[in-house]
Design a protein around this ligand. Structure first.
Ligand SMILES: [Zn+2]
Length: 501
């Protein structure tokens, strides 16, 4: 990951304090870095539509295989025409598009997948799994190679699959998908190529509940744009919705035995974790989403039961009616948009993680193997000890009590209000604790993050990726989110203006 070279603590941290001149200079440096290794123009290699490669990703805990399902026209190209190479290199997986004749790299993006998570749970040691996935990139004018990479045990990307695609082949379907669903614009601020385009889908909303779907979007998006850096950069986003009404209200909830079938097949109990809500029906979801131009996808679940999920560049999901929906909405978007790691560690999760010997690639957690080169060291004030002391024992003792209580309530099938009340009590208590110790409000390296009580550190006492605080991402998270926004919003117009000034 080369993100330490781009450290624009400009817009995301304290936007009002930065003078315009400095801002333009930093942005120009950022643009230069984003465009490093990109000496070509979009129109030399691509036309303005979206190629979607659907494939099956199959394997078990130690091997994985890919097979193409279909190659389609996925509507207009919504991504950047300027930043084609992904220098952030976030994600467990990374795909590259090479010009087949010259092997020149012409497009790349990092991403994560449900398969990648599933492979780490105990089930993958017993059975094989198959997941349907897609990669999307601008429609190539000539034959290309699609190269799939995955991180090895040292976190370096290694090629695990390569396939050639000839856009003129009969296997590639250039036909546009006929419109099928109603769409609705929540906010359109400019051309898709120069904005982050979010599509919001809904599952478990009946035909009669479409007004509720719109109201849920308005409420949750309203909360989302109150949080930095989304607040300062609201004009960089477009948000559109696609309506996929279900036969009846609500989605599948296997744990309490409430089974349902809905158009997008959203379900709680993914990986047998009651609050983890995902859909494995990638085809239906992608077909619905492509009704509008999109870069990122949010699926609202018409339910009150606490739950959600977020996978880097796949989608984020949230139960719309929980007292913590606003928090889950923003937290899961952090995973989906900027590949942020969970900073919490005490909750029970199904992942199996061993001893840490390599630095995690996520921008907001560190194993602190090399404290002198802390990945957010430029954000740390002089005099802050690394690692940074915090009242961890007190915090942990309280949090384990809450975990126990939560398990009890769930096993008794207690009403959702009881759990919401417990979480609210926990939130208040934790916020107070984290805002009132010696290093409160200081960037440092605080032990406990990424599901690990020890040997893993976060940048700040509190963050939306740590507790259920609804207000602030930590500075490391804010900065990473800002980098991803830049990948979608640096425009050709901006570059031309820079060159003439
Ligand atoms: Zn954070």
């Amino acid at each position: 990951m080369n993100n330490e070279i781009i450290s624009p603590s400009y817009l995301c941290i304290k936007p009002k304090q930065i003078q315009m001149k400095k801002f333009v200079f930093i942005l120009a440096v950022l643009v230069a870095i984003q465009l490093q290794a990109q000496d070509f123009k979009f129109a030399e290699y691509f036309k303005d539509s979206n190629m979607r490669v659907d494939y099956f990703h199959t394997g078990n805990h130690e091997e994985e295989h890919f097979a193409v399902d279909r190659i389609l026209n996925d509507g207009a190209w919504a991504g950047s025409k300027t930043v084609l190479i992904d220098n952030l290199e976030f994600g467990l997986y990374f795909f590259e598009i090479l010009d087949a004749e010259t092997d020149k790299l012409i497009y790349s993006r990092g991403f994560a997948s449900i398969f990648g998570e599933w492979q780490t749970i105990p089930e993958a040691k017993e059975i094989w799994g198959t997941f349907h996935e897609s990669v999307r990139f601008p429609w190539p004018l000539k034959p290309v190679k699609l190269v799939m990479k995955k991180r090895n045990e040292k976190n370096e990307f290694q090629t695990i699959w390569l396939t050639e695609i000839d856009p003129a082949s009969r296997k590639v379907n250039p036909a546009a998908k006929p419109p099928e669903f109603n769409t609705w614009d929540y906010m359109v601020n400019g051309p898709a190529h120069e904005k982050v385009d979010i599509v919001v889908l809904g599952d478990g909303y009946s035909k009669e509940e479409m007004d509720k779907f719109h109201a849920d979007i308005q409420r949750l998006m309203g909360d989302f744009f109150k949080v930095e850096p989304f607040k300062s950069r609201k004009a960089d986003f477009n948000v559109r919705a696609v309506e996929t009404p279900s036969f009846e209200s609500g989605v599948n909830k296997p744990h309490p035995g409430d089974f349902k079938r809905t158009p997008l097949s959203m379900s709680y109990s993914a990986f047998d974790s009651e609050r983890y809500a995902l859909t494995y029906d990638n085809r239906s979801v992608r077909d619905a989403a492509s009704e509008v131009p999109y870069d990122f996808m949010y699926i609202l679940i018409n339910e009150r039961t606490y739950g959600g999920g977020g996978i880097y560049r796949l989608y984020a999901t949230v139960a719309a009616d929980n007292a913590f929906s606003d928090y889950i909405f923003i937290h899961e978007f952090g995973h989906h948009f900027a590949a942020l790691a969970d900073e919490y560690y005490s909750s029970s999760v199904s992942y199996e993680i061993g001893e840490v010997t390599v630095e995690p690639w996520e921008a907001n957690v560190t194993a602190l193997l090399d404290p002198a080169n802390l990945k957010w060291k430029d954000l740390v004030e002089p005099g802050i000890p690394i690692p940074t002391p915090w009242p961890k024992e007190k915090f942990d003792a309280f949090s384990y009590e809450v975990q126990k209580k939560r398990k009890e309530l769930r096993s008794q099938n207690a009403p959702e209000e009881k759990l919401e009340a417990l979480f609210e009590k926990q939130r208040k208590h934790e916020t107070k604790m984290l805002e009132n110790f010696q290093y409160s409000g200081k960037v440092g390296a605080y032990e406990g993050a990424n599901y690990m009580q020890h040997d893993m550190y976060r940048s700040y006492p509190d963050c939306i990726m740590f507790t259920r605080n609804k207000n602030d991402f930590c500075p490391a998270c804010q900065r990473a989110i800002g980098w991803v926004i830049d990948q979608y919003t640096i425009s050709q117009t901006f570059l031309l203006r820079q060159q003439t000034e």
